[in-house]
Ligand binder design. Structure first.
Ligand code: ADP
Ligand code: MG
Length: 622
Protein backbone atom coordinates (compact mmCIF):
# COMPACT_ATOMS: atom_id res chain seq x y z
CA UNK A 1 0.00 0.00 0.00
CA UNK A 2 1.33 3.44 -0.95
CA UNK A 3 0.97 6.89 0.51
CA UNK A 4 -2.35 8.56 1.03
CA UNK A 5 -3.18 10.12 -2.27
CA UNK A 6 -6.30 11.97 -3.15
CA UNK A 7 -5.89 12.76 -6.72
CA UNK A 8 -3.22 13.03 -9.35
CA UNK A 9 -3.23 16.56 -10.71
CA UNK A 10 -0.87 15.81 -13.50
CA UNK A 11 1.77 13.20 -14.05
CA UNK A 12 3.96 14.52 -11.31
CA UNK A 13 2.19 16.42 -8.61
CA UNK A 14 0.48 14.41 -5.87
CA UNK A 15 -2.02 15.73 -3.39
CA UNK A 16 -1.04 14.33 -0.05
CA UNK A 17 -2.66 14.01 3.32
CA UNK A 18 -0.43 14.22 6.37
CA UNK A 19 -0.44 14.24 10.15
CA UNK A 20 0.96 17.30 11.93
CA UNK A 21 2.15 17.64 15.51
CA UNK A 22 1.74 21.38 16.03
CA UNK A 23 3.80 21.72 19.19
CA UNK A 24 4.61 24.54 21.59
CA UNK A 25 8.32 24.13 20.98
CA UNK A 26 8.58 22.00 17.87
CA UNK A 27 6.28 20.91 15.06
CA UNK A 28 6.56 17.96 12.75
CA UNK A 29 4.86 16.36 9.73
CA UNK A 30 4.38 12.64 9.12
CA UNK A 31 2.68 10.55 6.48
CA UNK A 32 1.35 7.03 6.15
CA UNK A 33 3.47 5.30 3.57
CA UNK A 34 4.32 1.67 2.88
CA UNK A 35 2.04 0.41 5.61
CA UNK A 36 3.43 2.54 8.41
CA UNK A 37 3.59 6.14 9.56
CA UNK A 38 6.81 7.94 8.66
CA UNK A 39 8.28 11.32 9.49
CA UNK A 40 8.60 13.64 6.50
CA UNK A 41 11.81 15.59 6.20
CA UNK A 42 14.43 16.17 3.58
CA UNK A 43 17.27 13.73 4.02
CA UNK A 44 20.24 15.16 5.85
CA UNK A 45 18.15 17.94 7.34
CA UNK A 46 16.60 18.04 10.82
CA UNK A 47 13.09 16.68 11.15
CA UNK A 48 11.70 18.96 13.85
CA UNK A 49 10.58 22.44 12.85
CA UNK A 50 11.03 24.79 15.83
CA UNK A 51 7.69 26.56 16.39
CA UNK A 52 9.38 29.94 16.19
CA UNK A 53 8.68 32.86 13.86
CA UNK A 54 10.94 35.85 13.33
CA UNK A 55 9.71 38.96 11.60
CA UNK A 56 12.67 40.61 9.89
CA UNK A 57 12.77 44.27 9.02
CA UNK A 58 11.97 43.48 5.43
CA UNK A 59 11.08 40.36 3.56
CA UNK A 60 8.83 37.48 4.52
CA UNK A 61 8.63 36.04 8.05
CA UNK A 62 11.29 33.46 8.89
CA UNK A 63 10.15 30.22 10.49
CA UNK A 64 11.88 27.29 12.17
CA UNK A 65 15.59 26.81 12.85
CA UNK A 66 16.62 30.05 11.28
CA UNK A 67 14.06 31.97 13.32
CA UNK A 68 15.27 30.29 16.49
CA UNK A 69 18.84 31.28 15.73
CA UNK A 70 17.78 34.86 15.01
CA UNK A 71 16.24 35.17 18.46
CA UNK A 72 19.75 35.91 19.74
CA UNK A 73 20.10 39.02 17.62
CA UNK A 74 16.45 39.99 17.31
CA UNK A 75 14.57 38.87 20.46
CA UNK A 76 11.81 41.48 20.26
CA UNK A 77 10.67 40.37 16.81
CA UNK A 78 10.88 36.65 17.42
CA UNK A 79 7.81 34.79 18.64
CA UNK A 80 8.14 31.59 20.65
CA UNK A 81 5.48 29.30 22.16
CA UNK A 82 2.54 30.82 20.29
CA UNK A 83 0.51 27.73 21.15
CA UNK A 84 0.05 29.09 24.67
CA UNK A 85 -1.94 31.99 23.19
CA UNK A 86 -4.20 30.03 20.82
CA UNK A 87 -7.89 30.60 21.41
CA UNK A 88 -7.23 32.75 24.44
CA UNK A 89 -8.01 36.23 25.60
CA UNK A 90 -5.61 38.32 27.68
CA UNK A 91 -7.31 37.29 30.91
CA UNK A 92 -6.82 33.57 30.17
CA UNK A 93 -3.08 33.75 29.66
CA UNK A 94 -1.01 31.77 32.12
CA UNK A 95 2.17 33.58 31.18
CA UNK A 96 3.30 36.80 32.75
CA UNK A 97 2.90 39.14 29.80
CA UNK A 98 5.30 41.64 31.35
CA UNK A 99 8.20 39.28 30.79
CA UNK A 100 7.44 38.94 27.07
CA UNK A 101 9.78 40.81 24.76
CA UNK A 102 6.83 42.16 22.74
CA UNK A 103 3.67 44.10 23.47
CA UNK A 104 0.50 42.13 23.66
CA UNK A 105 -3.10 43.34 23.46
CA UNK A 106 -6.60 42.15 22.72
CA UNK A 107 -8.83 42.93 19.74
CA UNK A 108 -12.51 43.81 20.00
CA UNK A 109 -13.47 40.11 19.84
CA UNK A 110 -11.24 39.28 22.79
CA UNK A 111 -8.54 37.67 20.65
CA UNK A 112 -4.94 38.14 21.76
CA UNK A 113 -2.78 40.16 19.41
CA UNK A 114 0.96 40.40 19.39
CA UNK A 115 2.66 43.55 18.27
CA UNK A 116 5.68 43.11 16.08
CA UNK A 117 7.24 45.74 13.89
CA UNK A 118 4.30 48.04 14.46
CA UNK A 119 1.71 45.53 13.33
CA UNK A 120 -0.71 43.39 15.24
CA UNK A 121 -0.83 39.70 14.52
CA UNK A 122 -3.10 37.05 16.03
CA UNK A 123 -1.98 33.60 17.26
CA UNK A 124 -3.73 31.70 14.44
CA UNK A 125 -1.81 33.80 11.93
CA UNK A 126 1.51 32.96 13.59
CA UNK A 127 0.53 29.29 13.80
CA UNK A 128 -0.45 29.39 10.14
CA UNK A 129 3.11 30.44 9.27
CA UNK A 130 4.44 27.49 11.26
CA UNK A 131 1.97 25.13 9.59
CA UNK A 132 3.02 26.41 6.17
CA UNK A 133 6.65 25.75 7.00
CA UNK A 134 5.80 22.24 8.18
CA UNK A 135 3.86 21.62 4.97
CA UNK A 136 6.72 22.96 2.86
CA UNK A 137 9.02 20.50 4.58
CA UNK A 138 6.56 17.69 3.88
CA UNK A 139 6.21 18.76 0.27
CA UNK A 140 9.97 18.94 -0.19
CA UNK A 141 10.43 15.50 1.34
CA UNK A 142 7.71 14.09 -0.82
CA UNK A 143 8.89 15.08 -4.21
CA UNK A 144 6.20 17.10 -5.93
CA UNK A 145 3.69 16.56 -3.20
CA UNK A 146 1.12 19.14 -2.34
CA UNK A 147 -0.32 18.99 1.14
CA UNK A 148 -4.06 19.44 0.89
CA UNK A 149 -5.35 18.17 4.18
CA UNK A 150 -4.07 17.09 7.52
CA UNK A 151 -4.84 15.63 10.88
CA UNK A 152 -3.57 18.12 13.46
CA UNK A 153 -2.99 17.28 17.10
CA UNK A 154 -3.80 19.39 20.16
CA UNK A 155 -3.42 18.73 23.90
CA UNK A 156 -6.28 16.77 25.41
CA UNK A 157 -7.20 19.69 27.66
CA UNK A 158 -7.63 22.14 24.75
CA UNK A 159 -11.12 23.61 24.92
CA UNK A 160 -13.35 24.52 22.02
CA UNK A 161 -11.94 28.00 21.32
CA UNK A 162 -8.40 26.60 21.38
CA UNK A 163 -9.34 23.84 18.94
CA UNK A 164 -11.19 26.36 16.81
CA UNK A 165 -8.15 28.61 16.73
CA UNK A 166 -6.11 25.64 15.55
CA UNK A 167 -8.61 25.05 12.76
CA UNK A 168 -8.43 28.72 11.85
CA UNK A 169 -4.65 28.51 11.64
CA UNK A 170 -4.98 25.61 9.23
CA UNK A 171 -7.48 27.49 7.11
CA UNK A 172 -5.15 30.46 6.94
CA UNK A 173 -2.37 28.10 5.89
CA UNK A 174 -4.58 26.69 3.15
CA UNK A 175 -4.91 23.22 4.65
CA UNK A 176 -8.13 21.37 5.13
CA UNK A 177 -8.36 19.87 8.61
CA UNK A 178 -9.38 16.24 8.40
CA UNK A 179 -9.61 15.95 12.14
CA UNK A 180 -8.28 17.53 15.30
CA UNK A 181 -6.92 14.69 17.43
CA UNK A 182 -5.73 14.70 21.03
CA UNK A 183 -1.98 14.34 21.39
CA UNK A 184 -2.10 11.44 23.88
CA UNK A 185 -4.56 9.62 21.63
CA UNK A 186 -2.21 10.07 18.69
CA UNK A 187 0.70 8.75 20.74
CA UNK A 188 -1.28 5.65 21.70
CA UNK A 189 -2.20 5.13 18.05
CA UNK A 190 1.42 5.36 17.01
CA UNK A 191 2.14 2.47 19.36
CA UNK A 192 -0.85 0.58 18.00
CA UNK A 193 -2.27 0.24 21.50
CA UNK A 194 -5.77 0.19 20.02
CA UNK A 195 -4.90 -3.11 18.40
CA UNK A 196 -3.77 -4.69 21.61
CA UNK A 197 -7.27 -4.93 22.98
CA UNK A 198 -8.83 -3.19 25.92
CA UNK A 199 -6.75 -1.32 28.41
CA UNK A 200 -5.91 1.77 30.37
CA UNK A 201 -3.07 3.87 29.07
CA UNK A 202 -1.18 6.68 30.78
CA UNK A 203 0.53 9.12 28.44
CA UNK A 204 3.30 11.18 30.05
CA UNK A 205 4.23 14.13 27.80
CA UNK A 206 7.08 16.40 28.85
CA UNK A 207 7.85 18.87 26.07
CA UNK A 208 9.71 22.16 25.95
CA UNK A 209 7.43 24.35 28.01
CA UNK A 210 4.53 22.23 29.15
CA UNK A 211 3.82 18.98 30.89
CA UNK A 212 0.68 16.93 30.24
CA UNK A 213 -0.41 13.59 31.56
CA UNK A 214 -3.52 11.85 30.28
CA UNK A 215 -5.23 8.65 31.26
CA UNK A 216 -7.06 6.99 28.39
CA UNK A 217 -9.19 3.94 28.11
CA UNK A 218 -9.15 1.96 24.91
CA UNK A 219 -11.91 -0.51 24.36
CA UNK A 220 -12.62 -2.25 21.09
CA UNK A 221 -10.77 0.46 19.24
CA UNK A 222 -12.64 3.26 20.97
CA UNK A 223 -10.50 5.84 22.76
CA UNK A 224 -11.77 7.82 25.67
CA UNK A 225 -9.94 10.40 27.75
CA UNK A 226 -10.60 9.55 31.41
CA UNK A 227 -8.55 12.30 32.99
CA UNK A 228 -5.95 14.88 32.12
CA UNK A 229 -3.65 16.87 34.30
CA UNK A 230 -0.51 18.82 33.79
CA UNK A 231 1.52 21.91 34.39
CA UNK A 232 1.57 24.64 31.77
CA UNK A 233 4.82 26.01 33.21
CA UNK A 234 6.93 22.87 33.32
CA UNK A 235 9.18 21.50 30.60
CA UNK A 236 12.62 21.14 29.16
CA UNK A 237 13.03 24.92 28.98
CA UNK A 238 13.01 24.91 32.79
CA UNK A 239 15.84 22.38 32.79
CA UNK A 240 17.77 24.78 30.55
CA UNK A 241 16.98 27.68 32.83
CA UNK A 242 18.47 25.90 35.84
CA UNK A 243 21.73 25.49 33.95
CA UNK A 244 21.63 29.14 32.89
CA UNK A 245 21.08 30.16 36.51
CA UNK A 246 24.04 28.05 37.58
CA UNK A 247 26.23 29.75 34.99
CA UNK A 248 25.01 33.22 35.95
CA UNK A 249 25.76 32.56 39.60
CA UNK A 250 29.27 31.42 38.84
CA UNK A 251 29.85 34.26 36.39
CA UNK A 252 28.69 36.89 38.86
CA UNK A 253 32.30 37.77 39.72
CA UNK A 254 33.31 38.28 36.12
CA UNK A 255 30.30 40.05 34.62
CA UNK A 256 28.36 43.10 35.65
CA UNK A 257 24.67 42.69 36.59
CA UNK A 258 23.81 44.49 33.34
CA UNK A 259 25.81 42.05 31.30
CA UNK A 260 24.17 39.14 33.11
CA UNK A 261 20.76 40.51 32.17
CA UNK A 262 21.59 41.31 28.59
CA UNK A 263 18.94 39.65 26.35
CA UNK A 264 21.53 38.54 23.82
CA UNK A 265 23.64 36.95 26.60
CA UNK A 266 20.57 35.22 28.03
CA UNK A 267 19.51 33.90 24.68
CA UNK A 268 23.00 32.59 23.91
CA UNK A 269 23.20 31.10 27.41
CA UNK A 270 19.91 29.28 26.88
CA UNK A 271 21.11 27.73 23.66
CA UNK A 272 24.37 26.63 25.31
CA UNK A 273 22.49 25.18 28.27
CA UNK A 274 20.21 23.18 26.02
CA UNK A 275 23.17 21.82 24.10
CA UNK A 276 24.75 20.64 27.34
CA UNK A 277 21.45 19.13 28.53
CA UNK A 278 20.99 17.15 25.31
CA UNK A 279 24.50 15.73 25.64
CA UNK A 280 23.87 14.74 29.25
CA UNK A 281 21.02 12.50 28.13
CA UNK A 282 23.63 10.19 26.67
CA UNK A 283 26.97 11.12 28.28
CA UNK A 284 27.83 10.99 31.98
CA UNK A 285 29.31 14.50 31.82
CA UNK A 286 29.56 17.43 29.45
CA UNK A 287 30.97 20.94 29.30
CA UNK A 288 28.64 23.85 29.66
CA UNK A 289 30.27 26.44 27.47
CA UNK A 290 29.15 30.03 27.32
CA UNK A 291 30.43 33.06 25.53
CA UNK A 292 29.23 36.62 25.44
CA UNK A 293 29.00 37.89 21.90
CA UNK A 294 30.88 41.15 21.53
CA UNK A 295 33.03 40.78 24.64
CA UNK A 296 35.88 38.34 24.81
CA UNK A 297 34.15 36.23 27.46
CA UNK A 298 34.40 32.49 27.16
CA UNK A 299 33.47 30.35 30.14
CA UNK A 300 33.51 26.59 30.49
CA UNK A 301 32.45 24.30 33.28
CA UNK A 302 31.96 20.55 33.39
CA UNK A 303 28.52 19.36 34.47
CA UNK A 304 28.05 15.76 35.49
CA UNK A 305 24.80 13.97 34.88
CA UNK A 306 24.48 13.50 38.61
CA UNK A 307 24.74 17.22 39.26
CA UNK A 308 22.18 17.94 36.53
CA UNK A 309 19.79 15.33 37.93
CA UNK A 310 20.09 16.96 41.34
CA UNK A 311 19.11 20.31 39.80
CA UNK A 312 16.04 19.03 38.01
CA UNK A 313 14.81 16.55 40.65
CA UNK A 314 12.20 18.94 42.11
CA UNK A 315 10.81 19.58 38.62
CA UNK A 316 10.52 15.88 37.88
CA UNK A 317 8.75 15.42 41.21
CA UNK A 318 6.20 18.05 40.22
CA UNK A 319 5.36 16.06 37.09
CA UNK A 320 4.98 12.87 39.09
CA UNK A 321 2.63 14.65 41.50
CA UNK A 322 0.48 15.52 38.47
CA UNK A 323 0.43 11.86 37.47
CA UNK A 324 -0.86 10.93 40.91
CA UNK A 325 -3.53 13.62 40.62
CA UNK A 326 -4.78 12.44 37.24
CA UNK A 327 -5.01 8.84 38.44
CA UNK A 328 -6.97 10.04 41.43
CA UNK A 329 -9.29 11.97 39.09
CA UNK A 330 -9.85 8.83 37.06
CA UNK A 331 -10.31 6.88 40.31
CA UNK A 332 -7.61 4.43 39.37
CA UNK A 333 -4.68 2.83 41.17
CA UNK A 334 -1.32 2.79 39.41
CA UNK A 335 -1.74 -0.97 39.10
CA UNK A 336 -4.79 -0.43 36.87
CA UNK A 337 -2.63 1.21 34.20
CA UNK A 338 -1.77 -1.34 31.53
CA UNK A 339 0.55 0.74 29.39
CA UNK A 340 2.62 3.87 29.85
CA UNK A 341 3.68 5.94 26.86
CA UNK A 342 6.43 8.55 26.90
CA UNK A 343 6.01 11.61 24.70
CA UNK A 344 8.03 14.80 24.29
CA UNK A 345 11.71 15.51 23.82
CA UNK A 346 12.33 15.94 27.53
CA UNK A 347 11.44 12.32 28.25
CA UNK A 348 14.84 11.50 26.74
CA UNK A 349 16.36 12.55 30.05
CA UNK A 350 17.21 9.25 31.78
CA UNK A 351 16.16 10.54 35.21
CA UNK A 352 12.71 11.38 33.85
CA UNK A 353 12.31 7.88 32.45
CA UNK A 354 13.41 6.34 35.71
CA UNK A 355 10.97 8.44 37.74
CA UNK A 356 8.04 7.52 35.49
CA UNK A 357 8.92 3.84 35.60
CA UNK A 358 9.18 3.93 39.38
CA UNK A 359 5.86 5.69 39.82
CA UNK A 360 3.82 3.47 37.51
CA UNK A 361 5.71 0.32 38.42
CA UNK A 362 6.16 -0.66 34.79
CA UNK A 363 8.47 0.04 31.89
CA UNK A 364 7.13 2.82 29.70
CA UNK A 365 7.06 2.57 25.93
CA UNK A 366 10.13 4.20 24.46
CA UNK A 367 10.56 2.24 21.23
CA UNK A 368 9.45 5.22 19.14
CA UNK A 369 11.20 8.55 19.19
CA UNK A 370 9.36 10.52 21.91
CA UNK A 371 9.40 13.74 19.92
CA UNK A 372 8.03 12.01 16.83
CA UNK A 373 5.37 9.77 18.30
CA UNK A 374 2.54 12.33 18.19
CA UNK A 375 3.14 13.16 14.52
CA UNK A 376 3.35 9.46 13.68
CA UNK A 377 0.03 8.84 15.40
CA UNK A 378 -1.53 11.77 13.55
CA UNK A 379 -0.43 10.21 10.25
CA UNK A 380 -1.92 6.88 11.33
CA UNK A 381 -5.17 8.65 12.08
CA UNK A 382 -5.11 10.41 8.71
CA UNK A 383 -4.75 7.06 7.05
CA UNK A 384 -7.78 5.73 8.88
CA UNK A 385 -9.82 8.77 7.90
CA UNK A 386 -8.79 8.40 4.29
CA UNK A 387 -10.35 4.97 4.27
CA UNK A 388 -7.50 2.89 5.56
CA UNK A 389 -8.12 -0.47 7.05
CA UNK A 390 -7.46 -0.03 10.73
CA UNK A 391 -10.70 -0.26 12.59
CA UNK A 392 -10.61 2.45 15.20
CA UNK A 393 -12.80 5.21 16.37
CA UNK A 394 -11.86 8.25 18.36
CA UNK A 395 -14.20 9.56 20.95
CA UNK A 396 -15.09 13.09 20.04
CA UNK A 397 -18.07 14.72 21.60
CA UNK A 398 -20.65 16.95 19.98
CA UNK A 399 -20.29 20.38 21.54
CA UNK A 400 -23.96 21.33 21.09
CA UNK A 401 -27.29 19.53 21.03
CA UNK A 402 -28.87 18.70 17.69
CA UNK A 403 -32.51 18.42 16.86
CA UNK A 404 -35.38 19.44 14.61
CA UNK A 405 -38.07 22.06 14.75
CA UNK A 406 -41.49 20.80 15.74
CA UNK A 407 -44.95 22.34 15.96
CA UNK A 408 -45.01 25.95 17.11
CA UNK A 409 -41.30 26.57 16.67
CA UNK A 410 -40.19 24.29 19.50
CA UNK A 411 -37.09 22.10 19.31
CA UNK A 412 -37.05 18.34 19.63
CA UNK A 413 -33.50 17.36 20.60
CA UNK A 414 -32.39 14.09 19.08
CA UNK A 415 -28.75 14.20 20.15
CA UNK A 416 -27.78 15.83 23.42
CA UNK A 417 -24.62 17.90 23.73
CA UNK A 418 -21.52 16.06 24.89
CA UNK A 419 -22.67 12.82 23.31
CA UNK A 420 -19.70 10.83 22.11
CA UNK A 421 -19.56 10.34 18.37
CA UNK A 422 -20.26 8.30 16.34
CA UNK A 423 -23.81 8.14 17.55
CA UNK A 424 -27.34 8.02 16.27
CA UNK A 425 -30.82 8.46 17.58
CA UNK A 426 -34.22 7.91 16.02
CA UNK A 427 -37.46 9.44 17.11
CA UNK A 428 -41.01 9.14 15.80
CA UNK A 429 -43.01 12.12 14.56
CA UNK A 430 -46.32 12.60 12.85
CA UNK A 431 -48.28 15.22 10.93
CA UNK A 432 -50.59 17.73 12.50
CA UNK A 433 -52.75 18.70 9.52
CA UNK A 434 -55.20 16.36 7.80
CA UNK A 435 -54.12 15.24 4.36
CA UNK A 436 -50.62 16.68 4.73
CA UNK A 437 -48.44 15.26 1.94
CA UNK A 438 -45.19 17.05 2.64
CA UNK A 439 -43.20 18.00 5.73
CA UNK A 440 -40.48 20.62 6.01
CA UNK A 441 -37.64 19.71 8.31
CA UNK A 442 -35.30 22.21 9.85
CA UNK A 443 -32.17 20.77 11.43
CA UNK A 444 -31.02 22.77 14.44
CA UNK A 445 -27.99 23.09 16.66
CA UNK A 446 -28.01 24.68 20.09
CA UNK A 447 -29.27 24.50 23.64
CA UNK A 448 -32.12 26.98 23.42
CA UNK A 449 -35.76 25.95 23.52
CA UNK A 450 -36.98 27.88 20.51
CA UNK A 451 -35.95 26.95 17.00
CA UNK A 452 -35.35 30.58 16.11
CA UNK A 453 -32.81 30.90 18.91
CA UNK A 454 -30.82 27.92 17.64
CA UNK A 455 -28.57 27.75 14.63
CA UNK A 456 -30.15 26.26 11.51
CA UNK A 457 -27.78 23.70 10.04
CA UNK A 458 -29.97 22.78 7.11
CA UNK A 459 -33.47 22.26 5.80
CA UNK A 460 -35.05 19.51 3.79
CA UNK A 461 -38.44 18.31 2.73
CA UNK A 462 -40.16 14.97 2.92
CA UNK A 463 -42.69 14.93 0.10
CA UNK A 464 -44.95 12.38 -1.53
CA UNK A 465 -46.59 11.31 1.71
CA UNK A 466 -49.89 9.52 1.18
CA UNK A 467 -52.70 11.82 2.32
CA UNK A 468 -53.75 10.63 5.75
CA UNK A 469 -55.57 12.13 8.70
CA UNK A 470 -53.38 14.19 11.03
CA UNK A 471 -51.48 12.07 13.49
CA UNK A 472 -51.62 8.95 11.32
CA UNK A 473 -48.32 8.94 9.43
CA UNK A 474 -45.44 7.39 11.36
CA UNK A 475 -42.33 9.32 10.47
CA UNK A 476 -39.06 8.08 11.85
CA UNK A 477 -36.39 10.79 11.96
CA UNK A 478 -32.88 9.48 12.41
CA UNK A 479 -29.86 11.60 13.31
CA UNK A 480 -26.52 10.00 12.73
CA UNK A 481 -23.12 11.58 13.41
CA UNK A 482 -20.23 9.64 11.99
CA UNK A 483 -16.68 9.56 13.33
CA UNK A 484 -15.81 12.64 11.27
CA UNK A 485 -18.53 14.65 12.93
CA UNK A 486 -20.67 14.72 9.82
CA UNK A 487 -24.36 14.67 10.58
CA UNK A 488 -26.79 12.81 8.36
CA UNK A 489 -30.51 13.22 8.91
CA UNK A 490 -32.98 10.77 7.46
CA UNK A 491 -36.74 10.99 7.59
CA UNK A 492 -38.86 8.02 6.58
CA UNK A 493 -42.59 7.50 6.54
CA UNK A 494 -43.05 3.91 7.63
CA UNK A 495 -46.26 2.95 5.86
CA UNK A 496 -45.33 4.25 2.41
CA UNK A 497 -41.57 3.93 2.72
CA UNK A 498 -41.10 7.50 1.47
CA UNK A 499 -37.67 8.68 2.56
CA UNK A 500 -35.51 11.77 2.43
CA UNK A 501 -31.95 12.42 3.59
CA UNK A 502 -29.54 15.30 3.97
CA UNK A 503 -25.96 15.49 5.06
CA UNK A 504 -25.11 18.44 7.27
CA UNK A 505 -21.55 19.60 7.73
CA UNK A 506 -21.21 22.03 10.60
CA UNK A 507 -19.06 25.03 9.81
CA UNK A 508 -16.12 25.76 12.05
CA UNK A 509 -14.20 28.79 13.11
CA UNK A 510 -13.83 32.16 11.50
CA UNK A 511 -16.15 33.27 8.75
CA UNK A 512 -14.79 33.34 5.23
CA UNK A 513 -14.83 37.11 5.36
CA UNK A 514 -12.74 37.10 8.51
CA UNK A 515 -10.22 34.71 7.04
CA UNK A 516 -10.17 36.74 3.86
CA UNK A 517 -9.60 39.85 5.94
CA UNK A 518 -6.72 38.25 7.77
CA UNK A 519 -5.16 37.07 4.56
CA UNK A 520 -5.34 40.58 3.17
CA UNK A 521 -3.97 42.09 6.34
CA UNK A 522 -1.09 39.66 6.54
CA UNK A 523 2.52 40.67 6.31
CA UNK A 524 3.28 41.90 2.86
CA UNK A 525 5.38 39.06 1.61
CA UNK A 526 3.47 36.41 3.41
CA UNK A 527 0.47 37.97 1.77
CA UNK A 528 1.90 37.27 -1.64
CA UNK A 529 2.32 33.61 -0.70
CA UNK A 530 -1.17 33.47 0.64
CA UNK A 531 -2.52 35.27 -2.40
CA UNK A 532 -0.89 32.80 -4.73
CA UNK A 533 -2.32 29.91 -2.76
CA UNK A 534 -5.71 31.50 -2.54
CA UNK A 535 -5.66 32.17 -6.27
CA UNK A 536 -4.82 28.53 -6.92
CA UNK A 537 -7.64 27.40 -4.64
CA UNK A 538 -10.10 29.72 -6.33
CA UNK A 539 -9.04 28.50 -9.76
CA UNK A 540 -9.62 24.94 -8.66
CA UNK A 541 -13.02 25.95 -7.36
CA UNK A 542 -13.87 27.65 -10.65
CA UNK A 543 -12.80 24.50 -12.46
CA UNK A 544 -15.19 22.39 -10.41
CA UNK A 545 -18.02 24.86 -10.95
CA UNK A 546 -17.39 25.04 -14.68
CA UNK A 547 -17.44 21.27 -14.99
CA UNK A 548 -20.69 21.05 -13.04
CA UNK A 549 -22.29 23.74 -15.19
CA UNK A 550 -21.15 22.06 -18.37
CA UNK A 551 -22.50 18.74 -17.23
CA UNK A 552 -25.90 20.22 -16.53
CA UNK A 553 -26.12 22.70 -19.35
CA UNK A 554 -28.99 20.85 -21.00
CA UNK A 555 -31.06 21.34 -17.88
CA UNK A 556 -30.09 25.00 -17.82
CA UNK A 557 -31.25 25.47 -21.39
CA UNK A 558 -34.50 23.72 -20.68
CA UNK A 559 -35.45 25.50 -17.46
CA UNK A 560 -33.80 28.92 -17.38
CA UNK A 561 -35.15 32.00 -19.12
CA UNK A 562 -33.02 33.64 -21.77
CA UNK A 563 -31.71 36.44 -19.60
CA UNK A 564 -30.54 34.09 -16.83
CA UNK A 565 -29.02 31.78 -19.38
CA UNK A 566 -27.12 34.60 -21.09
CA UNK A 567 -25.89 35.81 -17.74
CA UNK A 568 -24.63 32.32 -16.91
CA UNK A 569 -22.92 32.02 -20.26
CA UNK A 570 -21.20 35.38 -19.79
CA UNK A 571 -20.03 34.49 -16.29
CA UNK A 572 -18.76 31.19 -17.58
CA UNK A 573 -16.63 32.77 -20.28
CA UNK A 574 -15.27 35.34 -17.82
CA UNK A 575 -14.42 32.66 -15.25
CA UNK A 576 -12.68 30.57 -17.87
CA UNK A 577 -10.58 33.58 -18.84
CA UNK A 578 -9.80 34.37 -15.21
CA UNK A 579 -8.29 30.95 -14.64
CA UNK A 580 -5.69 31.73 -17.25
CA UNK A 581 -4.04 34.47 -15.25
CA UNK A 582 -2.59 34.86 -11.76
CA UNK A 583 -3.93 38.01 -10.11
CA UNK A 584 -6.06 37.16 -7.11
CA UNK A 585 -8.57 39.97 -7.33
CA UNK A 586 -10.01 39.30 -10.82
CA UNK A 587 -10.08 35.56 -10.13
CA UNK A 588 -12.04 36.22 -6.99
CA UNK A 589 -14.45 38.53 -8.79
CA UNK A 590 -14.94 35.99 -11.57
CA UNK A 591 -15.59 33.22 -9.07
CA UNK A 592 -18.14 35.24 -7.14
CA UNK A 593 -19.84 36.27 -10.36
CA UNK A 594 -19.96 32.67 -11.55
CA UNK A 595 -21.41 31.55 -8.26
CA UNK A 596 -24.12 34.16 -8.48
CA UNK A 597 -24.95 33.45 -12.10
CA UNK A 598 -25.16 29.71 -11.49
CA UNK A 599 -27.42 29.96 -8.45
CA UNK A 600 -30.66 29.56 -10.47
CA UNK A 601 -29.24 26.44 -12.12
CA UNK A 602 -28.14 25.11 -8.73
CA UNK A 603 -31.66 25.65 -7.42
CA UNK A 604 -33.11 23.59 -10.25
CA UNK A 605 -30.60 20.84 -9.67
CA UNK A 606 -31.19 20.86 -5.92
CA UNK A 607 -34.87 20.59 -6.56
CA UNK A 608 -34.32 17.54 -8.71
CA UNK A 609 -32.05 16.01 -6.11
CA UNK A 610 -34.72 16.35 -3.48
CA UNK A 611 -37.38 14.95 -5.81
CA UNK A 612 -35.20 12.04 -6.81
CA UNK A 613 -34.18 11.36 -3.24
CA UNK A 614 -37.78 11.35 -2.20
CA UNK A 615 -38.73 8.98 -4.98
CA UNK A 616 -36.25 6.54 -3.56
CA UNK A 617 -33.20 7.05 -5.73
CA UNK A 618 -29.83 7.50 -4.12
CA UNK A 619 -27.99 10.78 -4.55
CA UNK A 620 -24.99 9.03 -6.04
CA UNK A 621 -27.09 7.79 -8.94
CA UNK A 622 -27.94 11.25 -10.14
P1 ADP B 1 6.77 20.45 22.46
O1 ADP B 1 5.85 19.31 22.61
O2 ADP B 1 6.71 21.44 23.59
O3 ADP B 1 6.70 21.13 21.13
P2 ADP B 1 9.08 18.64 22.18
O4 ADP B 1 8.39 17.38 22.49
O5 ADP B 1 9.64 18.81 20.83
O6 ADP B 1 8.26 19.93 22.59
O7 ADP B 1 10.25 18.79 23.27
C1 ADP B 1 11.16 19.81 23.23
C2 ADP B 1 12.02 19.75 24.46
O8 ADP B 1 12.70 18.49 24.50
C3 ADP B 1 13.08 20.83 24.47
O9 ADP B 1 13.14 21.42 25.75
C4 ADP B 1 14.34 20.05 24.19
O10 ADP B 1 15.47 20.66 24.77
C5 ADP B 1 14.03 18.72 24.84
N1 ADP B 1 14.86 17.63 24.33
C6 ADP B 1 14.95 17.18 23.07
N2 ADP B 1 15.84 16.18 22.97
C7 ADP B 1 16.33 15.99 24.22
C8 ADP B 1 17.32 15.10 24.78
N3 ADP B 1 17.98 14.24 24.03
N4 ADP B 1 17.57 15.20 26.11
C9 ADP B 1 16.91 16.10 26.87
N5 ADP B 1 16.00 16.96 26.41
C10 ADP B 1 15.70 16.91 25.10
MG1 MG C 1 4.50 17.96 22.06
Amino acid sequence: MGYIELDVIDDRQKKIVIGIDLGTTNSLPAIWMDDRPQILHVEGQPALVPSVVNFPESGPPIVGHEARARAVIDPTNTIFSIKRFMGRGLADLEVDTRTLPYAISENENGVVQIEVRGRKITPPEVSALILRKVCEQAEAAFENGEVVSAVITVPAYFDDPQRQATRDAARLAGIEVLRIVNEPTAASLAYGLDQKGAGTVAVYDLGGGTFDVSVLSIEEGVFQVLATSGDTQLGGDDFDRLLVDLARTELAGQLSPEELRDPAFLQAARLAAEKCKLALSKDPEHDLHMSLPGSGLSWRRTITREEFEGLIAPLIQRSIDCCARSLADAELETSAVNEVVLVGGSTRVPAVRAAVEKFFGRKPHTELDPDQVVALGAAAQAQVLMGGTRDILLMDVTPLSLGIETVGGAVAKLIERNSTVPCSHTEGFTTYVDGQTAIDFRVLQGERELADDCRTLGRFKLTGLPAMPAGMPRIAVRFHIDADGVLTVTAKEKASGVESTIEVKPMHGLTDDEVEGMLQAGFDNAKEDFDARRAADLKAEIGIMLRAIEKNFDQAREHLDKETLDDLEEARVAAQAATEQDDLKPIQTARDRLEEASTPLAAILMDNVVKQAVSGKKLEDL
